[in-house]
Ligand binder design. Structure first.
Ligand code: ZN
Ligand code: ZN
Length: 305
């Protein structure tokens, strides 16, 4: 089974601190990287954490506040200088593309690889070989999106005893059935569902970007294995969270509970909190399966079955 790791490159909001860099989170999966937001300096951390500059890659940008996007140009340029040749797709609010094109022209940046642009919209924004990414509107001070990475369901577990009882000899016909193709044995067609258990759901990872908690997002993230959510403020600063259109750690926890997710990761902490301990404690009182992200944190998303 494919290993999935989530690597936190930056966990601060708005400004960097001694301990935290600007927001950026990577999903690393079988040689693929899906980068969510790209705060200033992301390219350095990208190299430091060994994410690989020529991998199959997708970049998802939630919104166009500088702290989420200022690192993109540098990362693309470094990839270009590292002789990247694979096409790279960026999903982002439409205006990003004009900014990127103009800036690249002004700075005479030419890339040796193709850049694909997909404007963010509600619904599926990217389909990979065995995964997809969906987007939903977040609730922030400007156009902002939340993303959900979803592996496609895998075929059920193959039952060799059933196959033998149906007279199918071990070999290529077993492989065909395991891959979901029917076979003919002694003039009789055998369908994969006769020898495979129930389909196994894939894993899913949600990323809120900057947002207030909303019912739409609780629905969007329902049942996800891992949810990474805006936790800019502690609940004693709820008025600031409301005013600046962010969430508190408690609000993130309540949404995780309502959505029935497996685990919650708090991130995007305001520079006013030196440590995230208090935010973690208040969230865990509501949703115990919560961790607080820090720069360099690597979390594996386990396979449940
Ligand atoms: Zn932000
Ligand atoms: Zn923002």
């Amino acid at each position: 089974m494919t290993k999935i790791e989530v690597v936190f490159l930056g966990t601060s909001s708005a400004t960097p601190t001694k301990r935290r860099s600007l927001p950026s989170v990577a999903i690393r999966r079988e040689g693929q990287v899906i980068l969510m937001d790209c705060g200033e300096g992301a390219q350095g951390r990208f190299v430091k954490f060994g994410l690989g500059l020529n991998r199959e890659m997708l970049i998802l940008i939630t919104h166009l506040h500088g702290d989420h996007v200022n690192g993109l140009l540098g990362l693309l340029q470094t990839m270009g200088m590292s002789q990247r040749i694979r096409t790279l797709t960026v999903v982002a609010p439409q205006e990003l593309f004009a900014w990127l094109k103009t800036t690249m022209k002004v700075l005479h940046i030419g890339l040796p690889f193709d850049l694909g642009f997909v404007p963010a919209r509600s619904g599926v924004v990217f389909r990979g070989k065995d995964f997809r990414v969906r987007a939903a509107r977040a609730s922030h001070s400007i156009e902002s999106w939340s993303f959900l990475f979803e592996e496609l369901p895998r075929p059920g577990v193959f039952d060799p005893k059933k196959a033998l009882s149906l007279g199918i000899p071990e070999g290529s016909k077993w492989s065909s059935l395991q891959r979901g193709r029917s076979v003919v044995v002694g003039g009789v067609r055998v369908h994969p569902r006769q020898v495979l258990g129930p389909e196994r759901p894939g894993r899913s990872i949600g990323y809120s970007g900057d947002t207030r908690p909303t019912r739409r997002l609780a629905k969007f993230f329902a049942g996800s294995d891992l949810l990474i959510f805006d936790s800019t403020f502690a609940s004693r600063d709820t008025d600031k969270a409301v005013e600046r259109k962010h969430s508190t750690a408690s609000e993130a926890a309540q949404l995780a509970k309502d959505a029935g997710v497996g685990r919650l990761v708090l991130t995007h902490f305001s520079a006013r909190y030196k440590r995230a301990d208090a935010l973690l404690r208040e969230a865990q009182r509501i949703f115990p399966q919560t961790v607080a992200a820090h720069d360099g944190l690597v979390l594996e998303v386990p396979t449940l079955q």
